[in-house]
Design a protein. Structure first.
Length: 256
């Protein structure tokens, strides 16, 4: 069941060639813990360039990591971020905002959201290169696990705004399922404290902020909100990890 759910999660959350079938999809939608499990896999791949920290210039490492991230995850979640950007730019009712999100026209809100998050993501990846190589790898993995745990938070605590992917993910999931998902995510926090712990916590707080905004502005959570949360939580977690390591002081030990 867990492996099937993980395969379903990777099939939806990444471009990895894991195959697609109804059983894996059903297992994924019923298992929020599959979100952070997939985060470990995706984060591990994105973190590989950071093994070269100290041997290659920081911008080269950050650019390689960004290229790997795009190759592994595609643009599915970025599309959700763009739609949410357009919705945020609208002054209207939740129904009007959701209508804008369904419009295929790219508006100013979408351009601003995508451009800003891409810039902050690139700066975050560059900032991670200022950490020791092992800590940098752990921070990137923690940020990806945190981003996926943020999505699990929405799946367990959110209310659907309309029929669609969001409603499918929310159906039957609740606080108990979130505890299981968090239990899967928490181990990464102990790998390189305080960076990894702050990364995970930052992503979860971001999820609660987005959930609150979506409830007020969109009448709940939809598929685009899931995608946008992943993108926003990732960049917030990356910057949180770097800030924690530099401001709070790196731990004298790691689990590596």
């Amino acid at each position: 069941m867990v492996l099937s759910a993980l395969r379903g999660a990777l099939g939806f959350l990444s471009r990895l060639p894991v195959g697609h079938d109804e059983d894996a999809w059903a297992a994924f939608t019923a298992t929020p813990a599959a979100f952070p499990l997939a985060g470990y896999v995706v984060g591990g791949l994105v973190a590989l360039p950071f093994l070269a920290v100290g041997r290659l210039p920081g911008p080269v490492v950050a650019a390689a990591a960004l290229a790997v991230l795009v190759a592994v995850t595609g643009v599915n979640h970025a599309d959700g971020l763009a739609d949410l950007g357009d919705a945020a730019a609208v002054h209207g009712t939740p129904e009007e905002r959701r209508e804008v999100m369904r419009d295929t026209t790219v508006g100013v809100g979408a351009v601003l959201a995508l451009g800003s998050v891409l810039l902050v993501l690139a700066l975050g990846l560059l900032a991670v290169t200022t950490l020791p190589a092992r800590v940098a790898v752990a921070a990137v993995i923690a940020s990806e696990v945190g981003a996926k745990a943020a999505m699990a938070t929405l799946a367990c605590l959110g209310a659907p705004s309309h029929e669609g992917f969001g409603a499918t993910m929310l159906d039957g999931n609740g606080p108990v399922d979130l505890l299981v998902a968090l239990a899967v995510a928490v181990p990464i926090a102990a790998v390189a404290p305080p960076a990894t712990g702050v990364a995970l916590l930052t992503a979860l707080v971001l999820a609660l902020v987005v959930r609150r905004w979506a409830r007020r502005s969109l009448d709940g959570v939809g598929g685009d909100v899931f995608g946008a949360t992943n993108e926003l939580a990732r960049v917030a977690a990356l910057h949180g990890a770097v800030a924690a390591w530099h401001l709070l002081g790196g731990s004298a030990w790691t689990l590596w």
